[in-house]
Design a binder for this molecule. Structure first.
Ligand code: HEM
Ligand code: MG
Length: 263
């Protein structure tokens, strides 16, 4: 929390009738106001909406990002530093020391096609939550628990849709690496990382409100999230994106179809 924001936040808390000793008073959710910056990342927007990073989404320094990701989600500083290093190219100034959330909007820099909840730049706004796109994504999340296979299917489906209908579709090997991390991110924040599963209700609430799903019973993870934690989940997701199966699965499906249709 930056010092200049402390006073208005305290005052706002009092207006809402909160007591000054409420430990969560600094992190009450509030949507972006006029003039605030937001971008294509639902989590950075969420952290700003809760004041874990600047509520106005402006001038996010390394220290702001590292502290915000630790306080909001229990990310380890080594991991957050790597993420900041990857993000700082968003600020076009040489030797920049901060980025703003709207600088993340530049198409084909960090923002890319086939997002789960945003439109491709070719079709319109590439950074504001888009319910139609998200509904397309949710179709692949069958059941109350989303697993790696469902996440992978939604990712591949969004890519297929963009490849088919967006003549400017770009999705490089590097995009794939970022995309895998983004698609598995809800598991990292809200789910069972070992099993690579996450409660669908939490994920939908998060995307649709850009708000941490505390009201649904979610709590910040007690274990620190490190790069190795993310590697595990990402590699399970990567495997799940393959459209091949092993021969056993193909045979059992054939058996199933013989039984049901011709048996
Ligand atoms: C997407 C930046 C941290 C979750 C994105 C995108 C950017 C971005 C540029 C847009 C990619 C696209 O076109 O879809 C950042 C930066 C971060 C950060 C700079 C920190 C320094 C996080 C964290 C999480 C997260 C900690 C959650 C644990 C997501 C998700 C998407 C996304 C779920 C995909 C949105 C979609 O496909 O619609 N992020 N991000 N991000 N990010 Fe982040
Ligand atoms: Mg995008």
């Amino acid at each position: 929390m930056q010092f200049p924001l402390l006073l208005p936040t305290l005052l706002f808390g009092q207006v809402l009738g909160q007591t000054l000793d409420d430990p969560d008073r600094d992190h009450a959710w509030a949507p972006a106001g006029p003039g605030d910056f937001r971008g294509p990342c639902p989590m950075m927007n969420t952290l700003a909406n809760h004041g874990f990073i600047q509520r106005d989404g402006a001038n996010i320094t390394r220290e702001n990002a590292v502290n915000g990701l630790r306080e909001g989600l229990n990310f380890n500083p080594d991991l957050s530093n790597i993420m900041f290093d990857q993000a700082i190219i968003a600020n076009p100034e040489p030797n920049a020391t901060y980025f703003t959330l709207d600088q993340l909007n530049v198409h084909n820099l960090l923002e890319h096609d086939a997002s789960l909840s945003r439109s491709d730049a070719y079709f319109g706004n590439n950074h504001v939550f888009n319910q139609t796109v998200f509904d397309e994504t949710k179709k692949w999340w069958q059941g109350p628990i989303i697993n790696a296979n469902m996440l992978a299917n939604s990712k591949v489906a969004r890519q297929l849709s963009s490849k088919a209908f967006n003549p400017t579709y770009v999705f490089t090997q590097l995009t794939e690496e970022f995309s895998l991390g983004e698609v598995v991110a809800p598991v990292i924040a809200f789910g069972d990382i070992e099993a690579v599963t996450v409660n669908r209700t939490l994920v939908e609430y998060f995307f649709e409100n850009e708000r941490l799903p505390t009201v649904l019973g979610w709590k910040k993870r007690e274990d620190v999230i490190s790069l190795s934690t993310i590697f595990h989940a990402t590699s399970v997701l990567r495997n799940a994106t393959s459209l091949f199966t092993d021969s056993k699965a193909v045979l059992s499906k054939r058996k199933l179809s013989r039984n049901s249709h011709f048996g």
